[in-house]
Design a protein around this ligand. Sequence first.
Ligand code: BGC
Length: 754
Amino acid sequence: MNIKEVISQMTLEEKAGMCSGLDFWHTKAVERLGVESVMVSDGPHGLRKQDQEVDHLGINDSIKAVCMPAGCATAASFDRALIGRMGESIGNSCQHEQLCVVLGPAVNIKRSPLCGRNFEYLSEDPYLAGEMAAAYINGVQSKNVGTSIKHFAANNQEHRRMSSSSNADERTLREIYFPAFETAVKKAQPWTVMCSYNRINGVYSSENPWLLTDVLRKEWGFKGYVMSDWGAVSDRVAGVAAGLDLEMPASGGINDKKIVEAVRAGELDEAVVDQAVERILTINEKYFANAKPDTPWDKEADHLLSAEIAGECMVLLKNNGVLPLHKEDKVAFIGEFASKPRFQGGGSSHINCFKTTSAVEAAEGLNVTYAQGYSVAKDEATDEMIAEAVAAAKAAKVAVVFAGLPDSYESEGYDRTHMAMPASQNALIEAVAAANPNTVVVLHNGSPVEMPWIDKVSAVLEAYLGGQAVGLATVRILFGDVNPSGHLAETFPVKLQDNPSYLYYGGEADEADYREGVFVGYRYYDKKDMNVLFPFGHGLSYTTFAYSNLRVSSKEITDQDTLTVTVTATNTGKAAGKTVVQLYIGDKESTVLRPVRELKGFEKVELQPGESKDVTFTLDKRAFAYWNTQLGDWHVETGEFTIEVGQSSRAIEVCDTVTVNSTVKLKKHYTKDSIFMDLMADPEAVQVIKPLLDHFKKVCGVGEQSSEAAAEAVTEDMGMAMMNYMPLRGVMSFADGSQDKEMMQDMLKALENL
Ligand code: BGC
C-alpha cells in the first residue's frame, strides 16, 4: 500500500476517524481505500484478548491464554535473554491470535511500595527497567508484531490516576522516570508508545508536546505511533497537535468531529492529522506485511516456558541452610496459596489461564502434606485452621508456609494504604515457626511487604506473582532442581515509613509532588545509610560466589571515551548456579546532589562449582553523567568516580576509582552576588580575584591580626571560613578610593566573562 497516496484520497472526516479506535480494541478501516482494521490487546505478561464483552479493568472474560510471570518477577531475573524469550513466545501468540500490538511492557518506576500496579512494573531502578523493557520488546517484535511501552510517563500511583499531576523537576524526570522509556526506544524501537493518564507538572501526558514530540521523537528518535491509555484523552485537538496519534478506545465520533472542526477553523494544521494517520497506517502495514494467522500456538510449551522463567525470577531472600529440601523428607505445605497460588494481579493485565499448576500439584509423588492455614476469601485464620497447620508442621521435618497478598490487597485502579500482610497470615507464620524450627516462607506478592516474623523463620523465598506455572517453579526451587538466581529489582524497606516518598506519596488532591527528587529506592536508602530489610540487588543461591580482580581499561578518561571494566566471578560453592554481577558508579565529589551509587551494568552468569568467568562491562559518558538543567543535556563533572562491583547494592565485593575529565565548559554566571567559596573553588576565578583577596585580607586583617588576643579570637582558618559566604559585593563596599572602585569593576567584568 502506498500510504501517502491512500491518505491523499481520504476525506478529512476519514482521516480524523483514523485517529481514534473503532471500538475497544480495534483501529478503524476505510474499506473503499483498502485500509483494514487491526486489533491490539493487553499485555504485558500474556494475552488478554477479548472476543465478547469488553473492558479495560480485567472484569470480562478473555480468550484462554498463558500467564507468564508478572513484571515484578521478570525484572528480578536480571536476565535479558530470558525476557527476550518470553517476549518471543508472547509475539508468537499475537501472530496466532491476529493481534498487531500487545499492550506492554509496563515500565513505570516503583516510587513507593504502595502503588497498586507495582506488580506489573519492573523496578525502582531506571537502568534495570530500561534494559529489561528493551529485551522484552525485541523479543515480541522479532515475531513481526508490535508492543506498546506504557505508561509514558511518571504514572507512579493509581490513586487519582486520571487527574493527578506528577510534579517533578526536570532532572528527576530525566534521571529516574524517563530512562526506561528512552532505553527501550533507543535499543528496541517499540512500534507504539502508550501515554499515561496523569498530568506531568500540570499538563496531561495525552496533550504534552514536550513529552510526546520534543523528547520522545526529536531527542530519542521514536518512529512509531503514540496511542492514549484507555480514556486518557482530555482535549483531543491539543492531543493531536502534541503528538498523540491514536486515541483509544473509540471516542464515539465526538473527538473525531472536534478534529475536523479544528482543521476547518484553521486551529489545527491538516498536515499534523495526515502525519498521525501515516504513522498509524505504517505500523498496521508493517503487521500485515508479515501476518501469519496460521502460526501454531503451543500453550503447553508456553506453560513450561512460564515455569522455567518463574524459576529464574524467584529471589531467595533468606536461608539458614534449610533449603534445598531433600526429596525423601516429610514436608508440610501450609497456606491456601500452596493449592491456589496467587500468580497474577488484577486489572487490565489479568489473564484467563488455560491451566495453572499449584505447588501442591507439582509436589505430587513427594512426601508432602497440605493444610489450608487461612482462608484467602475471608482473610482469616480460624483457631481450627491454625491448630491443623501447627499439627502438620509438628509432624513434618520442614514446614513451608505459602503466604503473601490476596488479590484485593493490590490491583490496578487503586493503591495500597499500608505494607502489611494480612494479620491472619502473619499469625499463622508465627504459630508454625513456633511449632517447627525449620519453617520456610514462600511469598506471593507484587510489591514489598513487612516481615515482622523474619527472625523466627529459617528461609524466605520471594516467588512474586510468578505466572500460571508458579507452583511448578516453586517446588523445583524448594527441592533443589533449580538453583535460585533472582535478585531484588526493588528495595524491601523495614517499614513503609522508611520509603523516601512516604511523606508525599499520593499527593494533596491532584498535586503529587515528587519531593524526594532523584533519591528513589536504594539511591535514598544508601545516601541515608539506612537499615533495610533486603537491599536492591539482593538474592541468595544454593552455592556461593566471589568476585575478584577488577580491571579498568584506563585510570583516566574523558567524557568522550568509553571505559571497560572487567571482573572475575567465581563459583566458590558446591553446586552449579547463576550469579548476577552488578556494577555501580558513584561520583565521589559533585557540586550537585547525587546518589552514592547507581546501577550502570549487570550480567547474569552461570558457573559450575569452582569455575571462574570474566565479565566485561563497557561504560560511556552516560554511566557517569547527571542531567544538567543549564545545559539541557547529560553532563559529567571532572573528578573521581567509584566503580563498584557486587552481588547486591549492599554487597560490594571489589571497587576501584577512575578520573573522568569533562570536555564541556559550563558557562559560569559570576556576578557581584557570587560568594567567595564558589570563586575560590575555581582556579580561573581565583586568578581574577587575587588582588581583591589580598586587599580584603589587608582591610579585615585576616592573617595579620593586630594582637595575640585577636589572633586567638579569629584564626586565619576561621577568618577564611567566615569569608566563604561573603558575596563579592560585600568586599566591594570596602573600596574607598576611586582607583579601588575601578579595579573592582574591572575584576567583576573579568569574572562575568569567564
Ligand atoms: C490500563 C492500560 C491498559 C488499558 C487497556 C488501562 O486501564 O492503564 O495499561 O493497557 O487499560 O486495557
